[in-house]
Design a binder for this molecule. Structure first.
Ligand SMILES: [Zn+2]
Length: 336
């Protein structure tokens, strides 16, 4: 089945500086990875519409959106110690936040003819909270899409396998019972959140599931966590849509983190996740991933898995640490 592929040349105009790891070359790597993997014919390309003010306000405080606009007016400028904006950043950020909305509408109109959508966007989004941009992220792209689906009565599973904890996404939906946030990330690592004991609040209690793996964790541990902890929680939640924060910086070659995954592991994880909902109910968003070759390979295995095909240009990995995290998470989430 075909996969909807959303990207836009204007994403290249977000330039955080020549030495910044979140570089425009990342999108070129994604596109060349898909071409090299022979996936171009499986893609239906589409250009996203920018998110409107009301879309941004569905997850971000109006003051935060206005403040970011002011910072961007003064570009080049810094949002925090590692988040920078250039002249084209605000347009790119609005298009990144809008990509999921365009994808959802196109998938709904396809009546099951499109398997899923992959949004090759930048800047990434999962660190952006209701009240601030941070960690290379301006607006929270996946959260804007989840809020739209939730407003339409859907139950949304967000799987975040970026190596960093998606603190922004977690915060935005922390009290929400209709959005299940599942994060598999490295600990310790930026931004420091994402402990097993962070499980949601109020009506959202139990709808946040964190798996903070130690450096070096491999694909077998991720898959075992999926089977033993994530699946029982997801089956109880009964999602109608799946959104994936598809960061590929848990790849063993990534220069920013110390995890042990290969591109084959991203195929396995993505394939396991898409089984949970029907066709045309899956949207993946590019988050991190800073080794260009690993990013090219991993985005291709992810897109292939979205299309229903499991590929292993690199073998799945095993033998790393992290089993103890499963027991901790099971004790918190699966105790009777
Ligand atoms: Zn990351």
């Amino acid at each position: 089945m075909s996969v909807l592929f959303l990207t836009d040349e204007r994403y290249l105009n977000h330039d955080p500086g020549s030495f910044h790891p979140e570089s425009p070359r990342r999108l070129s790597a994604v596109r060349s990875g898909l071409r090299s993997a022979g996936l171009t014919d499986a893609l239906v390309s589409m250009v996203p519409a920018p998110a409107l003010e009301e879309d941004l306000h569905s997850v971000h405080d109006a003051g935060m959106v206005a403040a970011l606009g002011k910072i961007c007016d003064a570009a080049p400028a810094a949002v925090d110690a590692d988040t920078y904006v250039s002249e084209g950043s605000l347009t790119a950020a609005r298009l990144a936040a809008g990509a999921g909305l365009t994808a959802i509408e196109a998938l709904q109109d396809s009546h099951g003819r499109l398997a899923a959508a992959f949004c090759a966007v930048r800047p990434p989004g999962h660190h952006a909270s209701a009240f601030g941009s941070m960690g290379f992220c301006l607006f929270n792209n996946v959260a804007v899409a989840a809020a739209r689906l939730r407003a339409g009565g859907e139950r949304v599973l967000i799987l975040d396998y970026d190596a960093h904890h998606g603190n922004g996404t977690q915060d935005i939906f922390y009290s929400c019972p209709d959005v299940l946030y599942v994060s598999m990330h490295q600990h310790p690592a930026y931004p420091g959140t994402g402990a097993v004991t962070e499980t949601g609040a109020g009506a959202g209690r139990g709808a946040t599931l964190n798996l903070p793996f130690p450096p070096g964790a491999t694909g077998d541990v991720y898959l075992r966590a999926w089977d033993e902890v994530v699946l029982p929680v997801v089956e109880r939640f009964t999602p109608t849509w799946l959104l994936i924060s598809a960061g590929f910086d848990a790849h063993r070659a990534d220069p920013l983190t110390s995890m042990g995954l290969s591109s084959g592991d991203f195929a396995d994880l993505t394939a396991a996740a898409v089984k949970l909902v029907g066709p045309s109910k899956v949207v993946a968003f590019l988050e991190g991933g800073y080794d260009l070759e690993a990013l090219a390979l991993s985005s291709a295995t992810c897109v292939a898995a979205l299309a229903g095909e499991i590929r292993h240009p690199e073998a799945s990995t095993s033998g790393g640490p992290g089993r103890a995290v499963l027991a901790d998470a099971a004790a918190v989430h699966l105790a009777a």
